[in-house]
Structure formats: C-alpha cells, structure tokens
Design a protein around this ligand. Sequence first.
Ligand code: SF4
Length: 459
Amino acid sequence: MKQTNVIQDSSGILGIFGSENAANSAYYGLHAMQHRGQDGVGIAVSNGETVSCIKGLGLLSETISSASLQDLKGSIAIGQVRMATTGDSQLENVQPIMVRAHQGHFAIVTSGMITNAITLRNQLEEEGLIFQGTSDAELIAHLIQIHPGKFVDKIRGVVQMIEGAYNFMIATRDSLYVMRDPYGIHPLSMGKSEQSMIFSSETCSFGILGAHFEREVNPGELLCLCPDKVESIQLVPAHKETTCAMEYVYFSRPDSIVNTQTVHEVRTRCGEALARQEDVQADMVIGVPDTATSAAVAYARVSKMPYEIGLMKNRYIGSTFIRPTKQQRQEGMRVRLNAISSVLKGKRVILVDDSIVKGSTAKRLSVLLKEAGAKEVHLRIASPKISYPCLYGTERTRQEELAAYNYTEEEMCALFQVESIRFLSLEDFKKCIPDTSCLACFNGNYSAKLCDYKKEIKE
Ligand code: SF4
C-alpha cells in the first residue's frame, strides 16, 4: 500500500505556572529546546487580567529581544519552538495562537499532530468558521470556542473529537491547562522549582530554571492549574503508552529523561550493542555531532578503537540556513559541519550516525570525510533500518523516499560511497529502550486507532 506524506512535528512546548517573571523563565526554558525547532518561536504570558504574546519566525535569540520580554509581565507563560514543514512556515502558524473571544482571552500551543484535523477543519469551514493558518493549535482554539461550559468542559469536549498524537497547553488570564494525548507518543514532563511548576516537552528545560524533574504527565491526563487549586484529571482513558523511540535516537537532547530513561544512557547502550556486531578493524571512530556522539564514544570503548573528533559543528548559525527546502537543507549541512583533514588523512574511519531516513546526509558526510583525506569510511547506524513512514506526525518522509525501503545494504554502500554499512538490529535496539516505546517506523506495527489516519490522508 502506498503511504502518504504526513506533517512532521517534533516542536517543543513549555508551560510555566507561578513564576515571578514567567516570560523570562519561558525564554530560557525554550532556549534549552531550540534543537526541536528553529523556524518559529513564541511566548504568551498571563497577568491575571489578560494574555499577551510575542512571536516570530526564526531562532529565539533572533526573534525575542530582552526589551520585548520586559513588556510581558505575569506569572503564567506558555511557549513553543516550532519545526515547520515546506509551505507551512508562515507566521500564522507560529504559536502561541491567540484568541480574544467574548468568553475571555486565551493562548494555545501544541506539539504532535491531530490525525483527523482535515475532517474537523472541513466541518468547521462548512459552518462558516475562518482559519488564518493551518496549525492544529488554531483548530483546537476554534473547537474550544464552540464547546459550552467551563474551560475543563470545553477541553473535555475537544479531546473527545480529536485523534492523534498531540500535546497542548492553554493559558487563560489566570490559569494554565496542560493536556497529553492518550497514547503518550510525544514526551511531556512536569518539573518543580521553589516558586513554580514547569511543563516541558523535554526535561532539559528544567535545569536552567532551577527546577527538578517531578514526573511525566500521564497519557490522557489534563492538569488544571487555577488560582484556587491544582487538579489532575484523567480526562480520557490512557492507551498502552507508546513513547516515540526516535526521541532516544534523534529528537531529544542527551541530558533529557524520556519515559524514565536518560537519552544519553540509551544512546550509549545502542553504541555498545552496535560495536558488539563489529568485524571491521579501522584506525578511529568518529561520531556525527551531536546526536551520535554518545553512541560513538560507547562504540569506540567497546570496539577498543580510538575515538577522535573528525567532524566539527558550527553552532552559531541562524535559521536562514536551516529552512526546510532540499537545497537549503543541503546548504545548511555544508555550513554546519566541517571535517578535520589532519585527523582523517589516510585513515580508515568508522563513522557512527544516529539514523538514516532518506540517506542524503549519509552520502554528503561520506564525501566530506573522503575529501578531507579519509581512506575508508565504514558507516555504522545506532538504530535499526527505518522502512515505514510515521503516521503519528513525528517524521514526514514518505515510505517511497526511505533509503532502507528502497535499497539493500550493498546498494546503500554504492549510493553513499562508503566501504561498508551496518545498522543496529531491531532485537538489540529493543533491549536498549523501554518496552513501551513506539517502533512503528522500524517494524510497521502501528497502534490500531491511529491507523484511521491512513484513510484520512489517502490520496
Ligand atoms: Fe516515532 Fe517512528 Fe513511532 Fe513515528 S513511527 S512515533 S517516528 S517511533
């Protein structure tokens, strides 16, 4: 069956409740998650009477100045760092989405994807509602407004209509609502500092805010933080938790905790397991910074080959270079990574990377290393072959674009211009991650409910 393209969303969202300067806290918390999206950023702050927002296209440091932060006064904040897709990078989709309704002002941020969004959106448009952009946040904002009752009742009504793998946060003038989808595919954690409660897509936001990790928000759980009470409601029954395994492979920072496991430790186990399959002797192991570094160091230790820094990453590149078109991604890659020829010249290199999706990065890396003088490049991938598309809104590549779907390992060697290639086996990978993880893009086993999405997106 031909699989259809889906929208990628690994965006990071953050909520703060009870901070003296919530805007400042949100800024630094989002800054720790900038790796989850460089295309747009926004922060909304509630001060007890109204909700104000600042947002724009680009990196946080390019978009939000310290002067503009001073204008956002209040103790509640929500924010998002956004990863846009081609044709989806207009300002209208940058979150928070603001609503100034007669029932009161509110702001909303989302991560993940509502899989029946097209159907719901069409219904609302037929009823005369007008959309400014195409984000799920705007859809939820419309649905909130048409549902009657108090805010909890509105959210309950919305959650009964939407399907998919989504997290969202809503800031009203005096309250914060935090909702995690019943599958728990996208991580969402709760932290606490002396002053405030913090909710974040990644726990790496907590340290910079002086907060400690408290617990994960449970799948299907709504947290209501109101002036008079903090309440947890199991709004919809939780399905068997299926946290996205790609959080360990690629999306999350190594110092984040996902489903009780530190990402660095998981990547270390993957690198160790990969090295145990090794039969090639090389002069050095290098890792693709930064996502493959933990696995590469572990690989070198187990295989008893020296670990070297063969690739340098330029960390100070603005969003101009990270735009999501093919040409811009290629240009971004050239500017971001540089090979160190004095390290590589005449050497046989084991190159450890985190994953292969389409394979274009693998080929460019191998060419980069060989242009710098590497004699041989043996590519080692610290995750299994990705042969199936993601139907949960996390990865947007079509099945027919996936390298592992199209090519044998021998063909990949020729295509990527490497001497050998090896992936971590699915069996070994399963031993490295919690057994509740989603592995659908590796093994094609999708959760039953979300398979309905295939019907919705069928061409
Ligand atoms: Fe993550 Fe793959 Fe599952 Fe999508 S299919 S949620 S990318 S593990």
